[in-house]
Design a binder for this molecule. Sequence first.
Ligand SMILES: Cc1cc2nc3c(=O)[nH]c(=O)nc-3n(C[C@H](O)[C@H](O)[C@H](O)COP(=O)(O)OP(=O)(O)OC[C@H]3O[C@@H](n4cnc5c(N)ncnc54)[C@H](O)[C@@H]3O)c2cc1C
Ligand code: SF4
Length: 509
Amino acid sequence: MTTVRLILGDQLNPGHPWFARVDGGVVYAMMEMRQETDYVLHHAQKILAIFAAMRDFACHLRGAGHQVDYLAIGDPANRQSLMANLDLLRDRHGATAFEYQAPDEWRLDRQLAEYSQRLGPSARMVDSDHFLSARDTAASLFQGRRRWLMEHFYRHMRRAHGVLLEPDGGPAGGQWNYDHDNRKPWPGLPAEPGDARPRHDHTGLWRQITDAGVASFGEPMADSLRWPLNRAEALAQLDAFLSHGLPHFGDYQDAMSTRGWRLFHSLLSFALNTKMLSPLEVVTGAEQAWRRGAAPLPAVEGFIRQILGWREYVRGVYWAHMPGYDQRNALGHTVPLPRWFWTGQVGMRCLAQAVGQSLRHAYAHHIQRLMVIGNFALLVGLDPAAVHRWYLGVYVDAFEWVELPNTLGMSQFADGGVMATKPYVSGAAYIDRMGDYCRGCRYDRKARTGPRACPFNALYWDFLDRHAPLLSANPRLALPYRQLARMEPADRGAVRDQAADIRRRLETL
Ligand SMILES: Cc1cc2nc3c(=O)[nH]c(=O)nc-3n(C[C@H](O)[C@H](O)[C@H](O)COP(=O)(O)OP(=O)(O)OC[C@H]3O[C@@H](n4cnc5c(N)ncnc54)[C@H](O)[C@@H]3O)c2cc1C
Ligand code: SF4
């Protein structure tokens, strides 16, 4: 009587109840597959980090006495797809039962549901024991409402999990949200925290990946991969962040700088999304830092909101709207991505920084993703499905359940406003206010038209103009639409011409 238990590449949680005891009748199945490397073109570091972390996890399980059958990417027996590999491993071990943890991606959920159906009662799905809400918590909370306000969900989660509450059940410090105290540009001090952990050399693994014919883009950094590959490294990264990053997280969470690529962000998303860390321990660690006086409440509240609020909320949006959410295109945008998304060779300094950093580190922080790259994509009218595929490929933390609602919903407004109450768009003024990108840029941040005008400016007004039938009644856009109405017809025409010219010159901006 043997049970094969599948562990997917983003299910690397050594604390899962499965591993509480060693069972001679259980074989853990792990597999590196072309199915998973090839569904979009991935950043080299994403493939490397996931495979390296899976290999580390398999070693850890074997060290603890568990049986593991691991199919490496170059293994001649590897059939490179989930179902075929499961058939292979079940046959190899004479399995009488099959178990798997609930996958987070709709694609894998469907595949495994179909596979289990074929096997009948000997197949079983168990919880991944990772999230703080169920797949359908947000859907139940927002039942019958058109707009899903994150703040409403977040307060529900604070109460449900007793996070940052006063003894009377009210919010710590008397406010639920301290955003107005946060979000300053970074003057250069305090210094950006350094990397918390030694870098890994994975040149051997990288050779195996390329020998297997896996295509990728971006810098592999195979000899100095920085992402945490196991729970101990992830915990060290969490500790370093709580001491050095969290105290300044609130102040500089929206800042951008050519002098620092991570600023005071935690870099914990890869460890969280591969389940090396639980969201509750990260949230609890941050709350304790505030309670012992090591970090101010606005910073701690702002950080906790990202994990207890946004992270759980976007997962709820994903499960409520899949399948089909990835096809939404409410604004009818169809422009293909320019080639510089894969090279970083673009003259707009903010985009060169944000895209270049994404290609170098497989990482950009939230405001670079939302207000530089995403803002540009939305204003220019890039095809949201292509934007989604790029984001899903480029970031080390990108798994569809979290990437898709953020990209297609929050950033590209392609869901027509399920997630965002208004499109996240701005001209150059916002980018200039939050950082130093505009200084030294070949474009003039203040000009709207003309050969040196910053493309964001004309694109911003043209976006509002083009989408007035859909957006002008939105009360949150009342002010810019009033400004647009006051614009002289000749100026409005010049903006339209400038925007059309930018779209024609997209490859050479
Ligand atoms: C267009 C776009 C695409 C994104 N794609 C992804 C993605 O593929 N994977 C991903 O994990 N995050 C994504 N995010 C959210 C966010 O940008 C990243 O979680 C964050 O930049 C990761 O870096 P960090 O760990 O240093 O985060 P920090 O700034 O330190 O934040 C702490 C944690 O909060 C969570 N978090 C913060 N914002 C969000 C959010 N909007 N949604 C979900 N979780 C959040 C993450 O787990 C993160 O690790 C995206 C945001 C945008 C605007
Ligand atoms: S001037 Fe415009 S293109 Fe240049 S960095 Fe500023 S916002 Fe970006």
